[in-house]
Design a protein around this ligand. Structure first.
Ligand SMILES: NC(=O)c1ccc[n+]([C@@H]2O[C@H](COP(=O)([O-])OP(=O)(O)OC[C@H]3O[C@@H](n4cnc5c(N)ncnc54)[C@H](OP(=O)(O)O)[C@@H]3O)[C@@H](O)[C@H]2O)c1
Length: 281
């Protein structure tokens, strides 16, 4: 595993997501998490109270039971409608119970919704001071949302913005990623494999990705992941419930993509030439 450093933390560049975990094959999902952690050092683990109505948190909790808690970096998310006084603390403690841990490493507001930003910051800071979470952040915040957040008291303590980012969704490169860098906010990319089968296949099944992957000893999917973390300043979390897929996706993933291959990829999947609204799932 390779790591990035952010505000004194050592964070794996690539982690495992758990979206849709709990919908089928619980034992396979647990096996994938255990395999990723123990064999590939994938200790960045992403979940949310929304996924499977809490089942994904339970599955993650079961997968990490008995492991050295300090070796893991667990990311969890609160729904905007729970990010209100009276519900915030309860939501967090319910997530902790399902995870079977006493502290979440990074707790995110899942999307902005109707959440009151100042209230959210105060509640997040309260959870930090009570030791229930170590860091807090947001998800699906575009540049204007981040600017508004930073106008709140203690808003600049936001550790991370988790956003949709992959080779076909590069809009954030125009202003959001530079803004986050300038303001010391970690960008974590979700859906680095384009989320759905047809979108992934449109890239991975194409001649360009196949040719470059073959030349570089990667698979098309590991090329997509390599692309997402190519500058070593963005972490990425992908999901799989299959150990063969996991191994396939991680093949040679940290070998840099040579500049001439990056140019070819950018010719087909160009960076943004203007501001686009942040894409979300
Ligand atoms: N903050 C947010 O709002 C937000 C939104 C979406 C996602 N996320 C997080 O980011 C994580 C990753 O995003 P994602 O799940 O949307 O998308 P993703 O990781 O881009 O793609 C996951 C899909 O790709 C398939 N896949 C993976 N490797 C494959 C392979 N080698 N061959 C064929 N299919 C393969 C998976 O199916 P298999 O299981 O069959 O491999 C799954 O259907 C989520 O799990 C979640 O933790 C956050």
């Amino acid at each position: 595993m390779e790591y990035l450093r952010h505000r004194g933390e050592r964070i794996p560049l690539i982690g495992l997501g758990t979206y849709r975990f709990g919908e089928n094959g619980r034992q396979d999902e647990i096996a994938v998490l255990k395999y990723g952690i123990s064999r590939l050092g994938m200790t960045l683990l992403d979940t949310a109270e929304m996924y499977g109505g809490g089942l994904s948190e339970e599955i993650l909790g079961e997968a990490v039971r008995g492991l050295d808690r300090e070796s893991l970096f667990i990311v969890d998310k609160i729904l905007p409608h729970n990010a209100a006084a009276g519900r915030f603390f309860e939501s967090c403690t319910r997530s902790l119970e399902r995870l079977g841990t006493d502290c979440i490493d990074l707790y995110l507001l899942h999307w902005r919704g109707d959440a009151d930003l100042q209230q959210t910051v105060f509640e997040m800071e309260r959870l930090v001071s009570e030791g229930l979470i170590r860091h807090w952040g947001v998800s699906n915040f575009d540049t204007d949302d981040m600017q508004e957040l930073f106008e709140c008291e203690m808003g600049s303590r936001c550790f991370c913005d988790q956003i949709l980012y992959n080779i076909t969704a590069r809009g954030a490169e125009f202003d959001l990623i530079p803004w986050c860098k300038e303001h010391d906010v970690l960008v974590m990319g979700y859906s680095p494999l384009c989320n759905c089968s047809s979108a992934r296949q449109a890239v991975a099944g194409g001649a360009l990705a196949a040719d470059i992957a073959a030349r570089e000893g990667k698979t098309p999917e590991s090329l997509m992941l390599s692309f997402a973390v190519r500058n070593r300043d963005i972490a990425a979390v992908f999901k799989t419930a299959s150990i063969p897929h996991l191994e396939w996706n991680m093949q040679n993933v940290f070998e840099p993509i040579p500049p001439e291959e990056l140019e070819l990829l950018s010719a087909k999947y160009p960076p943004p030439d203007r501001k686009y609204p942040l894409e979300k799932i």
